[in-house]
Design a protein around this ligand. Structure first.
Ligand SMILES: NC(=O)c1ccc[n+]([C@@H]2O[C@H](COP(=O)([O-])OP(=O)(O)OC[C@H]3O[C@@H](n4cnc5c(N)ncnc54)[C@H](OP(=O)(O)O)[C@@H]3O)[C@@H](O)[C@H]2O)c1
Length: 350
C-alpha cells in the first residue's frame, strides 16, 4: 500500500517520501481501515522536524493522526466493527497518511452519517479536543467569556463554534485580516488580529477589566504568558497545544506567585482515549517519559461523540474543510500549514 513516511527529519517536503509498505495487521481491540481521506494536524509538522518528543517513533514511520474510511479487517474483540464507516486515529497517533490504517477501537468512532468523507475527517480531532478542553476540563458555563487562540485553525475553529453553542461569549485571536473575516463568520463576538493589536488589552477592555473566564490555547509560549494578563479570577487556562514552538512543552511555564495572585487554574488537555483498565499502563503514545500519563477513557470519548453528533444534527456546529488536496500533494500542504496559510482542516483525499 502507499504510505507517506518520515524518512529523515526536516521540512515536510524533505522529510517525507511516498513509499510502498506492508499494512500492519490489527491486533486485539484494533481495526484496519481502508482510508478514503486523512487530514493534516499541526503535530505532524513538528513530527517531520523531529521536534515533537511525545510522538517521535524511530525512522522511517508513516505520518498521520486522523483518517476516515471503511473497516476492512478486525482483530480479536473488535469483530463488530467490520464494515463500519469510521473516523479513526492511527495506532500510536501515527500511520493515517496511508491507504490502510491500523487503529485502536478506543480512538475510533462511527463517522456521523450526515457528514460526507471530507467533513467527517475534519470533524473528529478538532471537535473532540475542543469539547474535552471546554467542557470536560474547563467546565464552561453559559454566559462565560472564552478567549480562543489560532481561532481560524482546525482545532481553534471548532472551539469557537462549541463555545458559542454552549452560550459563551467568544473573543478570538488570529494572525491575518483574512482570518479575522473567517472567524467572524463562525460567530465569534470579537476577533483580534494579534499582529496589529494587543489581544490581552482588547480582552480586558471587552470584559470591563475583569478578564476572560477561559483561554483555549493551542499556541503556547509567549502567547500563554500574555494570556495570563487577561485571565479572570476563577479563570481556566487550557494548555491544548504549542504551535508557537513545541520546545515550550518542555519548559517551566509559571511561577507559584502568578498562580497565587491570579487565583486561576491552568489545565492540560490531551486527546488520546484508552480503555479504562489500560489507562494507567498505556505508554505507546508517549516516547519520552512524563511524570504521569492520564488519558481520558473510551467512555468519556463515547459521551463526547454523542453530544457532538447532537450538535451537528441541530446545525450548531459544522466541520470546516479549508482545502482539499490530492494524496501526492501532502508534503506541500503540510508546508502551507507550517507557514500559517491554512484555515480549518486540510483534507487529503485518496
Ligand atoms: N492536546 C492534544 O491532544 C492535541 C491534539 C491535536 C492537536 N493539538 C494541538 O492543537 C493545536 C492546533 O492544531 P491544528 O492542527 O488545528 O493546527 P492549526 O490551528 O490549524 O494551525 C496552527 C495555527 O497556529 C497559529 N500559530 C501561532 N504561532 C505559530 C507559529 N509560530 N507557527 C505556526 N503556526 C502558528 C497559526 O494561526 P495564526 O495565523 O492565526 O496565528 C496557525 O495557522 C496545535 O498546537 C496542535 O499541536 C493538540
Amino acid at each position: 500500500m502507499r504510505a507517506w513516511q518520515v524518512v529523515r527529519h526536516g521540512p515536510p517536503t524533505e522529510a517525507l517520501e511516498l513509499r510502498d509498505v506492508a499494512e500492519e495487521p490489527p491486533g486485539p481491540g484494533e481495526i484496519l481501515v481502508r482510508a478514503r481521506a486523512s487530514v493534516l494536524n499541526y503535530n505532524e509538522v513538528d513530527g517531520c522536524h523531529g521536534r515533537y518528543l511525545t510522538i517521535n517513533p524511530p525512522l522511517p514511520y508513516t505520518l498521520g493522526m486522523e483518517c476516515v474510511g471503511q473497516v476492512v479487517a478486525a482483530g480479536p474483540g473488535a469483530e463488530d466493527w467490520m464494515g463500519r464507516r469510521v473516523t479513526a486515529s492511527g495506532r500510536g497517533a501515527t500511520g493515517a497518511h496511508a491507504d490502510l490504517v491500523t487503529a485502536s477501537t478506543a480512538m475510533s468512532f462511527e463517522a456521523p452519517a450526515i457528514l460526507d468523507d471530507a467533513r467527517a475527517a475534519a470533524f473528529f480531532y478538532p471537535f473532540h479536543l475542543a469539547h474535552l478542553g471546554l467542557h470536560e476540563r474547563g467546565r464552561l458555563a453559559a454566559g462565560e467569556t472564552v478567549l480562543v487562540h489560532a481561532a481560524a485553525g482546525g482545532v481553534g475553529s471548532a472551539a469557537v463554534q462549541l463555545a458559542r453553542a454552549a452560550g459563551a461569549r467568544v473573543i478570538a485571536t488570529v494572525g491575518s485580516d483574512e482570518k479575522v473575516a473567517f472567524v467572524q463568520d463562525l460567530g465569534a463576538d470579537l476577533v483580534v488580529n494579534y499582529r496589529a493589536d494587543d489581544f490581552a488589552a482588547r480582552a480586558l477592555e471587552a470584559t470591563r477589566g475583569l478578564g476572560v473566564d477561559m483561554c483555549f490555547d493551542g499556541v503556547g509560549g509567549a502567547t500563554m504568558q500574555q494570556s495570563l494578563r487577561c485571565l479572570a479570577r476563577g479563570g481556566r487556562h487550557l494548555c491544548v497545544g504549542f504551535a508557537a514552538g513545541i520546545e515550550a512543552e518542555e519548559e517551566p511555564m509559571i511561577s507559584g506567585r502568578v498562580l497565587c495572585f491570579g487565583n486561576f487554574d491552568i489545565l492540560g488537555v490531551i486527546l488520546a482515549y484508552v480503555d479504562a483498565q489500560m489507562a494507567p499502563h498505556v505508554t505507546d503514545y508517549v516516547s519520552v517519559p512524563v511524570p504521569r500519563f492520564n488519558p481520558p477513557t473510551t467512555e468519556i470519548g463515547r459521551r463526547v461523540q454523542a453530544h457532538l453528533v447532537e450538535l451537528l444534527a441541530g446545525g450548531l456546529i459544522r466541520p470546516l474543510v479549508g482545502a482539499t488536496v490530492a494524496f501526492d500533494q501532502l508534503p506541500q500542504a503540510l508546508e502551507a500549514m507550517e507557514s500559517r496559510r491554512t484555515v480549518g482542516r486540510t483534507v487529503v483525499t485518496r
